[in-house]
Design a protein around this ligand. Structure first.
Ligand code: ZN
Length: 111
């Protein structure tokens, strides 16, 4: 049994409770501008994945690297875009866990 991953730093709207993985400034459901921290389980699954070979200017020199859309947080999951460490070639429905947030980017790895 491995240790559980660090919790994922999600937020939720303080008025309607809608959860967000990436930071939001205005709730898309109710228009509120009030948010609070609402950490989720760091366990997730891959929804989709792609390999970036021509990155944006802030990631030059890091290519190729894996970017995945990950559903993280179990029953209350949020869908986020993330980097996958160690380029394991994960596919849809593969389990991953949260590693850390670095320079505003979420990093996950294969479980
Ligand atoms: Zn709201």
């Amino acid at each position: 049994m491995s240790e559980s991953p660090p919790s994922f730093p999600a937020q939720r709207c303080a008025d309607c409770g809608l959860r967000y993985g990436h930071g939001a400034h205005v709730c898309r459901q109710c228009g509120s501008e009030a948010f609070e921290d609402a950490p989720l389980s760091g366990e997730g699954t891959v929804y989709a994945r792609t390999t970036i070979r021509i990155p944006g200017s802030d990631q030059q020199g890091e290519e190729p690297f894996e970017v995945a859309v990950v559903d993280v947080g179990g029953a209350e999951s949020v869908r986020v875009t993330a980097r996958i460490e160690e380029n394991p070639g994960l596919g849809p429905d593969d389990p991953v866990e949260f590693v850390e947030r670095r320079n505003g980017v979420f990093y996950f790895r294969a479980v």
